[in-house]
Every structure is written in C-alpha cells, then in structure tokens.
Design a protein around this ligand. Structure first.
Ligand SMILES: *Cc1c(COP(=O)(O)O)cnc(C)c1O
Length: 365
C-alpha cells in the first residue's frame, strides 16, 4: 500500500535545532531576551499593532487573558460548544460560567443571532473561536457586544495569519490567544501568544504570568508561573520566518481539494475572509466515522474529527445546555471530517486524497 498520509505534521528544521542550541549554550534557559524578541516579532509579523505577551500554552494564555480583562466568578462568557475544551475550560478556571451558543453552518464559528439569544445580565463577554483557521463573524459579534456592553475575546489558537476585511485576527478582541502547540500552524513546542488591546491588559498578563511580580519580590497580585522559556521562544522565532510560506501552501492545497473533491461539502470562505486552513474540514452526512475508517484502512489516508463531542456534552459542562438548543453544533459534530492540508503534502498526496474521498463518496451515495 502507499505510505500513510498523516493528518498533521509539525515541521522542525536545522534552523530550529540551531536556535535551541544557541540558547542551551548561553546557559540562560528560562524567560529572557528570546521571549521578548519573539513577542515583538510575532506582533510585527502578523500586523497586530498591539503588545503581545508569550506564555507556556495557549490555554494558560486564554485563562490569563480573561483574568486580565476582568472576568471573574459570577460572570458569564458566551463561547461556542463546537471547539476544543480549552475554550470553555479557560472561562471556568476564572470562576466565571461558559455559556454555549450555536455556530453558523457555513463557517463553523459562533452565530451572532444565537449569541444574542443567550445574553443575560451576567454576561460580560463573547469569545468566538476562529475555528479551523476561518475568521469568526467579528462585525456581527461586535454589533451584539456593542449593543449589550460586552467585551470581545478571541480564541485564535488555530488562526495565525487569518483576517477579515483586511484586519488580522488577534486585533479585534480585548485579548486574543494564539496557540503554539506542535500541530498548530506554527509551534514553539508548547506555548501561547496573547495579543492585548491595551497596555493595562498587557501589564496584568505579565504580572499573572510571573507570580504577580513585575519587580522581583514586590508581588502585586496572586499569579501563576506560566512563563515561556527562551528555548521555546527560540523555536517560535524560527517558525515565524517560515509560517507565511506554509500558510500559502495550506491555501494552495485547500484550493486543489476544493476544486477536485466531489460528493462532499467543501469548506466555504466568507466574503472578505482569509482562511489559513489549520484544518480543511468537509461534511460527510452519512456515516462519517465509517468514511474516516475506510480512508485509513483502504487508502492509508489519515483524517481528524474536530470535534466529535461538543463541549456542552463533556462531563464538566454537561446538563446546562440542551442538545436541541445547539442544532448546528450537533450536526457539525456528527458530520465534520478534516482532511490532510498541511504544507508537507506533495501533489501525489493531494491526488491520492482526492481519489480516495471521491471514490468513497460515490460508493456511499
Ligand atoms: C489548541 C487549542 C487551544 C489550546 O491551546 P494549547 O496551546 O494546546 O493550550 C484552545 N482553543 C482551540 C480552539 C485550540 O485548537
């Protein structure tokens, strides 16, 4: 059989290895000059025009971003259920309650009308996820936020370089979190980068990241140790030089798939949106799980299901939101299947993916 085509593949080159070695040789391993340089280079690279603060994971970035934006126990933050659990976890860790709203069928991102329907007097914010690398409807969500006096936060874990009407994701919310986990569009090993709308939010982020200290032993708030190491930052800085070309390749791969796949629903792109294809997600209405198994077993093509169990049905959050209140979420959880789209795919790989999907779709129809 042909070689297995994996659903994701982190790319680590000589440059990353040399950068790590440079830090190891310096003897200064913890947060230092590499982290500071990475923060500045990240903000500049993605045109955020904001201060960025690096932390040890996307999840902790999201948690600290919420704390730094003033979210506290008793508050409610509206989030999608169709996402990775970190989105709701980070809200719950502040003591606030994540309230789930449904997604739009085309973008898989929060639907502004569904969000407005669950606003209460306790709601303080809306945290859309730019899922799969497609920007959420920020103008629509911004209008709901303005009307009800809410903050916008962004889960941009999957969306490095995505934009809407020329504005990069990460420049809309009080804060935005980018994950740097190995399977994301760029990595630092583990890590997160938080783009901050104001100097106050950035200062609080830095305090929370480091035990509440700006000045050593003059602790101002109760904080964590969520610092990024210089080793991880050095990897991230090298990845930053490559992510633009990788994104272009993801977009080319996606264009090829969309032009050639038949019998399945390919992912649409909203007007004015730049999609960075963290995932290329099709819908398989009949027996998605069997389809994925056949791709793997008959064609040696990997795929992913993000996410088969929506957050409102996970144990920590179960019982608050009824399945029938999130019909698009439930349908997407049943139907979505992410095909390989990563930058290491060859033309031969893409042709094999197309042939396999089209054959299975035809057989199932
Ligand atoms: C990966 C991811 C996170 C969490 O990021 P980590 O760096 O793994 O902590 C949060 N939200 C979404 C949508 C993600 O995909």
């Amino acid at each position: 059989m042909n070689d297995f085509i994996p659903p994701a593949k982190p790319l680590i080159g000589e440059e990353e290895r040399a950068a790590v070695d440079r830090v190891l040789r310096s003897g200064m391993l913890a947060q230092g000059p590499e982290v500071k340089a990475f923060e500045e280079e990240f903000a500049a690279h993605f045109g955020l025009g904001r201060e960025c603060v690096a932390v040890n994971s996307g999840t902790s970035g999201q948690h600290l971003g919420l704390l730094s934006s003033g979210v506290k126990a008793g508050d409610e933050v509206i989030v999608p259920s169709f996402t990775f659990a970190a989105t709701a976890n980070s809200v719950a860790l502040t003591g606030a309650t994540p309230v789930f709203a449904d997604i739009a069928a085309d973008s898989f991102c929060l639907d502004p009308a569904a969000v407005e329907a669950v606003v209460t007097e306790r709601t303080v914010g809306i945290m859309p996820v730019h899922l799969y690398g497609h920007p959420a409807d920020m103008p629509g969500l911004g209008a709901v936020a303005d009307k009800h006096g809410l903050q916008l936060f962004e889960d941009a874990a999957q969306a490095h370089g995505a934009s809407l009407n020329g504005t990069p994701v990460g420049a809309f919310g009080s804060f935005a979190m980018f994950s740097l986990y190995p399977t994301k569009n760029m990595t630092s090993g583990e890590g997160g980068m938080v783009s901050c709308a104001t100097g106050d939010i950035a200062r609080l982020m830095r305090l929370y990241r480091n035990q509440g200290m700006e000045k050593q032993y003059h602790n101002e708030v109760v904080g964590f140790n969520n610092r990024m190491t210089d080793i991880h930052a050095a990897i991230g800085r090298e990845q930053l030089k490559k992510v633009g070309a990788w994104t272009a390749k993801r977009q080319e791969n996606a264009a090829f798939l969309s032009a050639n796949l038949e019998g399945v629903t390919t992912p649409p792109v909203a007007d004015g949106a730049v999609h960075v294809y963290h995932q290329y997600t099709i819908r398989v209405p009949q027996d998605r799980d069997g389809f994925a198994a056949a791709l793997r077993e008959q064609y040696n093509v990997g795929s992913g299901m993000f996410y088969p169990v929506p957050n409102h049905r996970l144990a920590p959050f179960a019982g608050r939101t009824r399945d029938e209140d999130l019909p698009q979420t439930e349908q997407a959880a049943r139907e979505c299947l992410s095909l390989p789209v990563h930058p290491s795919l060859t033309t031969g790989d893409l042709e094999r993916i197309v042939a396999a999907v089209n054959a299975l779709a035809k057989a199932g129809a």
